[in-house]
Structure formats: C-alpha cells, structure tokens
Design a protein. Structure first.
Ligand SMILES: Nc1ncnc2c1ncn2[C@@H]1O[C@H](COP(=O)(O)OP(=O)(O)OP(=O)(O)O)[C@@H](O)[C@H]1O
Ligand SMILES: Nc1ncnc2c1ncn2[C@@H]1O[C@H](COP(=O)(O)OP(=O)(O)OP(=O)(O)O)[C@@H](O)[C@H]1O
Ligand SMILES: [Mg+2]
Ligand SMILES: [Mg+2]
Lengths: 258, 258
C-alpha cells in the first residue's frame, strides 16, 4: 500500500523542493517505485527535472480542477528509471480559489491519488509556501509529513503553528491520520556559532522529532536543478548526495517501525 | 505624499522580510518618517523587531477584516525613532479567503492606508510568498515594488511571471500605477562560480532593472532578528548595514527622478 509523504512548511525557502526532489531520487535509487508530485504553482520540482512548466499541456492542476483528467495520464519520466513526476505550473495557483468552492474540498487530491496508488511504493508531495487549501489537500492525502526546517531564527515560531495544524487536520479530517515523520534540519552550517546555537536549540526543544540526518549547506544542491537532475545523479559522490541517501534510509527505517 | 513600496516575490525565502526590515530602518535613519507594514501571516517583520505575534491583540488583520479598526490604532514603535510598525500574526491567513469575498477586494489595504498617509514619507510593505489576494492588495496599494531575487537557479522562471503580474495589475486595477523600482540581488556569494554565473545572467537579462546595490550573504542579517533589531542597529558597521544604506540611497535617488 502506497506510503504518501508530504514535504511541508509554510516558511519560504527552507528546502522543501530540494528535499522532495532528492529524497524521492534517493528512495528510487534504492529500488522503490516513487512518484513525486509537484504541488506548488511555482513548479520548482518540475523545473528541477529539466521540464519547462509553461510548455506543459497537462499538469496536476488539470487533474484536480474541473477537468478531472486521471493522474495516470499526467505522469512524466525522470532520468531515474523508478522515479516518475507529476508536474505543475502556474495554473495551479487558480486551484487555491477553485478547490475552496468544491464539496469535500480537502479530499480532492486524496481521491485522485487512488488512480495511481497501486503502481508506486512511495509518493512524495512538494508543497507550496502557503498554508492554504493546496497544503491542506497534500496533508489530508498523506500518511506522513516531513518538515524541512532552515537553521535560522525564524524556524521556531512557524514550527509550533505547523505542528498544531497537523494535529487539527488529524482531528477534523478523518480518516486522515497523517503523522509527523520528522523535522529535517536544512542549510546547516557548522562554521558559524549562530547556526550551531539554533541547531542545538531545535534539537533540545523537539528531541526525537528531529531526524538524525541533517542537510548541510552545499553548492551542489543549488547547482543540480540547473542540470535538470537530482543531486544523486548530478554529484553522486557529494556529501549532499550522501545526506539524502542517509535520509532515505531513516525514512525507510521509520516506515517499518512507525 | 506618501511613497508606498511593496517588497514582493512569490518565491519563498528570497529576502523579502530582510529587505523590508532593513530598507525601512535605513530610510528612517536618513530622517524619513517610515511605516513598515507586516503583510505576511508568518509575521516575520513583526518578530524581527522583537514582538511576539501570538500575543498581539490588534494587528493589520483587524484593520482589513470586518472589524475595520483604523490602521492608526495598530501602530507599534521600534528602536528607531522615525520607524513605526504595523504588525501581523497568523490571523492574517484568514484574510486570503475573506478578502476574496469582499467588493473591491483588491483595494482594501489601499483604502485603509489613507488613514495614515499624512504621517509618513514612505511606507514599506512586507509581502507573503504567495501570489494571492494579499499580494494583490499590497501591489494595488503601492506606488512602487522592489523584487528581491535570490541568486539561484530558480530565480529566472518566477521573475518573468511576477513582472507579467505587475503589468496586469497596472492594466486592470486603475488608478493603480505601481511601477517596478528594481530587482535586488540577494544572498550574493562571490566565492562560487555558480553564484557569479547566475548573477551575471540576471544582470544581462534584466539590465537597468537590477539595482546597483546587491546584498551579500551575511550572517549578521540572519542574527539581527534574534536581537529584535534591524542590522542597522545590531551591526551598524557591518557590510550588510552598508549595503542596505546604499540601497536606501538608490531608492531615494530613483524616487526623485522616477
Ligand atoms: N542545503 C542546501 N545548500 C545550498 N543550497 C540549497 C540547499 N537547500 C536548498 N538550496 C537552494 O536554496 C533555494 C531554496 O531552496 P528550496 O527551493 O528547496 O526551498 P523551498 O522551501 O522549496 O522554497 P519555496 O518556499 O519557494 O517552495 C533553492 O535555490 C535551492 O536550490
Ligand atoms: N543576505 C543574507 N545573508 C544571510 N542570511 C540572510 C540574508 N538575507 C536573508 N537571510 C536570512 O535567510 C532567511 C530567509 O530570508 P527572509 O525571511 O528575509 O526571506 P523571505 O523572502 O521574507 O521569506 P518568506 O518567503 O518565508 O517570506 C531568514 O532567516 C533571513 O534572516
Ligand atoms: Mg519549493
Ligand atoms: Mg518573509
């Protein structure tokens, strides 16, 4: 049965897309069949695999809006054989208004996912930096959520709200039982005292919720999208690739005993 | 007559809040009366001046929602005498839905601003990372917009759409004549070839639209919010403070000849 993991945080630029793309790639390289869904109108996961969002005729929007094309008709390949992509583009920003008017507005994506659930072991959903009805759909459709957390001052404040939101969703949108898989510290920079202090504070406050794996600041992660590849392909021997492989192991491990 | 400058980009984490806070502070230190409006439910401009958003009883939301308290009743001080703040908190995310149902939904903030326009030379609006009705209100209420652009691969794609959006707003929301004041390159890192290439590409593509001032990556900018201060107070002699003072000069200069 397909495990669906939302990569979510309303904070902008904390590493959601980078985590969605590279965790999906790492899991696929460990021989899982993985589906990555770009659920952000900015379409950065789509760009990260070399596609041009404005030139796509069918995207995830065409499935969840009134067109209701099945998701299976929108699937694109990537340079990793067992990793598929459902792309997005700017049309998806219209869904924020449209979905709000539909019956069962929180369950639209979950319903569409049934069309592909049999074909994949894991589905990864890249969420936009806005806590609206798109993020609601992603969380309701998911079994788990990973929250990338940039090691900066603003990290703490938004996290408490996000964890609260996840609880509220579990209580109000049965049978959704999305659970927090973990907090992933991103943009870690051991060289500044400031970064080490924030990292320590987050680990002390959130304890076991924080993944053992952290993602260090690495120029390879910023470069890889310009080559249309995940860092697992672009720089397979880099520390960044190692870290996303280690995260994939932790995610697999926690899946079994969760 | 008050100049209103929106700091906008739907891309997350590209330096909107950091620019709103530090440009506002730099202008205020040059003896302008400046009003900074936090127009993001994440309330990071509010946090940056040491306030606790969840403890505030009145915020910008209370003005634009049905409560309609005048903006003048919501003003808070900062450590810079001529810099005032209109704070926000998470309640503002409700406005994204509420405003969409109002008549003249794009002009709500502009209307409220009239209540304070006589008291300030410049108003700076910090926008959220989402191109919805909040960002629409900010742009319609503004005379100019500054777009912070992180020097990364994803910068180009979203920019074209944003510049298009600004044109559409000018055409469809008269008498709004918001003009693009400039693109501000942020997180500039001269030490990597990748960063230098992206910076060069942006300057070649957008020419005069790019400010002469660029903001380099600087740990002081990440630290300052944890002290509840702008970098102009927290590290007055730092390169980051110099750069935001230089930006303020460019903004003042372009204002005269715009
Ligand atoms: N560990 C890292 N080291 C260096 N650069 C990184 C790292 N993680 C992400 N980046 C880069 O930082 C920028 C922001 O990251 P990313 O786009 O993944 O964040 P996001 O949370 O998806 O942003 P948004 O809120 O806009 O969706 C991107 O240009 C990305 O390539
Ligand atoms: N030049 C810089 N050097 C170092 N850190 C920076 C710089 N500019 C911003 N930061 C830090 O990077 C993070 C993201 O910046 P900021 O919050 O200003 O972006 P934003 O565009 O407002 O994000 P959002 O899309 O979430 O509103 C913050 O923690 C900020 O303190
Ligand atoms: Mg993203
Ligand atoms: Mg911000």
């Amino acid at each position: 049965c397909m495990r669906t993991i939302a990569i979510a945080n309303q904070k902008g630029g904390c590493g959601k897309t980078t985590t969605a793309v590279n965790l999906a790639a790492a899991l696929a390289q460990k021989r899982q069949r993985v589906l990555l869904i770009d659920f952000d109108p900015q379409a950065h996961s789509t760009l990260a695999f070399g596609y041009r969002p404005s030139r796509l005729l069918t995207t995830v929007y065409h499935s969840i809006s009134n067109n209701k094309i099945p998701l299976s008709k929108i699937i694109l390949g990537t340079d990793i054989q067992t990793l598929d992509l459902i792309p997005s583009n700017v049309l998806l920003s219209g869904a924020e208004t449209e979905l709000n008017r539909m019956n069962g507005k929180a369950f639209i994506l979950e319903e569409k996912l049934k069309n592909v659930a049999g074909k994949y072991d894991t589905c990864i959903i890249d969420c936009p930096p806005w806590g609206g009805v798109l993020m609601l759909n992603a969380l309701v459709a998911s079994t788990e959520v990973i929250v990338p957390v940039q090691v900066h001052y603003y990290a703490m404040e938004g996290l408490k709200q996000l964890l609260e939101t996840i609880k509220i969703i579990r209580n109000n949108f049965s049978p959704c039982d999305v659970k927090l898989l973990g907090l992933l510290l991103t943009f870690v920079n051991e060289s500044t005292l400031f970064s080490r202090q924030i990292q320590k504070g987050l680990k002390e406050h959130f304890g076991d919720l924080v993944f053992n794996t952290v993602i260090h600041r690495a120029v390879r992660l910023a470069e890889a999208p310009s080559a249309g590849q995940s860092v697992l392909t672009y720089a397979a021997q880099s520390r960044a690739a190692d870290e996303y492989r280690a995260l994939a192991d932790e995610v697999n491990h926690e899946g079994i005993f969760a």
